[in-house]
Design a binder for this molecule. Structure first.
Ligand code: GN1
Ligand code: MG
Length: 363
């Protein structure tokens, strides 16, 4: 029962009122997440409780320090613009001794749940997708002046696709889980795209692309969309906010949200880049970032979507080869299914590259 997993944790947070219920939220691939309800003075209060995955995040305190800094920066920006920040930015619920983490075997943290809003895995109404574009564009814009040197690097080389490729090659050669034998086409697929995969890293190194404070995990379900108005209210999951490239944030949102199928769709014939969703997201995103992204960055947005899709295919495949150590899996082949789905999506992005570029050029 869910309650038994967390009952010893609950008293250590400053939740208002009396515990009513808890259910597990299954959408993330890394942390364990629970939605809590408390009753207080006739009203129901909603909270999110999470245990931080320390295989992935070696220093949960550094993660929380980043989140405290980012959320106070965003809160100040919303206040300065005359907006009520309460639904626009994540609010950490402190522990009873005033900290942002409770340590007890694992590391636990809590947020106020953003009410009357939904995190969609699949967006159905067009406006929501344009709104998601606005949300991630606005997120970058509001963090444009954030002092990047104050942020901890919570996962080193997170989107260093070149190093990810080396890690993949190492995993193939070590073959710890004995799975490499059946993977010749997938391995060849990665080697074929090796140079293109490193292209953003090379430009960041050379300084032809700027390093910015970016979200780094811009799945569409990391934007809360208002249930009544369909407007984006808040960007969530700030664990990987670090210096990075705007191209990856844009690209990852397209990879996840503008696919015609789920990230782990088994039937490859269902997977393609949905050009309408791509156009809607891009319109929303560009309306926020035009003006501070350089023309070169905007030019390379389509490259961003291809590189990140390849990176994800390779990360899922690497994890499959290593025996599923990183991502949560629902079946023994889950990571392989995810990798193949990303590969199929990338092939479709490659086929549509001219149409995608033409849309960006017309802006
Ligand atoms: C992980 O758990 P979630 O859904 O927030 C991963 C992302 C991947 C994503 C793929 C820290 O994110 O990088 O893009 O799965 N997060 C981390 O679904 O590795
Ligand atoms: Mg995440």
């Amino acid at each position: 029962m869910v309650y038994n997993q967390i009952k010893h944790i609950l008293p250590h947070f400053q939740f208002e009122g009396f515990y009513v219920s808890a259910c597990e939220v299954h959408s993330g691939n890394i942390n364990n997440t629970y939605h809590l309800q408390y009753a207080s003075g006739g009203a129901i209060r909603h909270y999110i409780l999470q245990s931080v995955n320390t295989y992935v995040f070696h220093d949960p305190y550094a993660v929380m320090e980043n989140i405290e800094r980012i959320t106070s920066h965003l809160r100040a920006k919303f206040l300065a613009a005359g907006e009520d920040p309460s639904r626009r930015v994540l609010e950490i619920i402190p522990t009873t001794d005033g900290r942002s983490l409770f340590k007890n075997g694992g590391y636990w943290r809590a947020y106020r749940y953003i009410e009357n809003a939904t995190a969609y895995d699949t967006i159905t109404r067009p406006m929501q997708f344009e709104q998601a574009g606005h949300a991630f564009g606005e997120f970058q814009r509001l963090l444009c002046d954030f002092p990047a040197s104050e942020l901890h690097t919570t996962i080193p080389d997170f989107h260093n696709t070149t190093k990810r490729f080396y890690a993949f090659v190492r995993a193939v050669s070590e073959d710890k889980a004995g799975r490499v034998r059946e993977l010749e086409p997938e391995i060849e697929f990665m080697f074929d795209r090796r140079r293109a995969m490193g292209s953003i890293v090379r430009e960041l190194d050379r300084g032809t692309l700027p390093l910015r404070v970016t979200h780094n995990d811009t799945k569409i379900n990391n934007v809360m969309i208002d249930n009544d108005t369909d407007r984006a209210v808040c960007v969530i999951d700030l664990d990987t906010v670090m210096p990075g490239s705007a191209l990856y944030d844009y690209g990852d949102a397209i990879r996840f949200g503008a696919s015609t199928a789920a990230e782990d769709e088994e039937d490859l014939s269902k997977i393609a880049l949905d050009m309408d969703k791509f156009a809607l997201f891009t319109r929303g995103f560009l309306s926020e970032v035009d003006g501070f992204l350089t023309p070169h960055e905007i030019d390379l947005l389509p490259l961003g979507m291809r590189v990140i899709t390849c990176e994800l295919a390779m990360r899922f495949l690497t994890d499959y080869i290593e025996g599923d150590l990183y991502f949560k899996v629902k079946s023994p082949h889950h990571n392989l299914i995810r990798a193949r789905a990303q590969m199929r999506l990338l092939e479709d992005m490659e086929a549509k590259a001219d149409a995608v570029q033409a849309f960006i050029d017309r802006r």
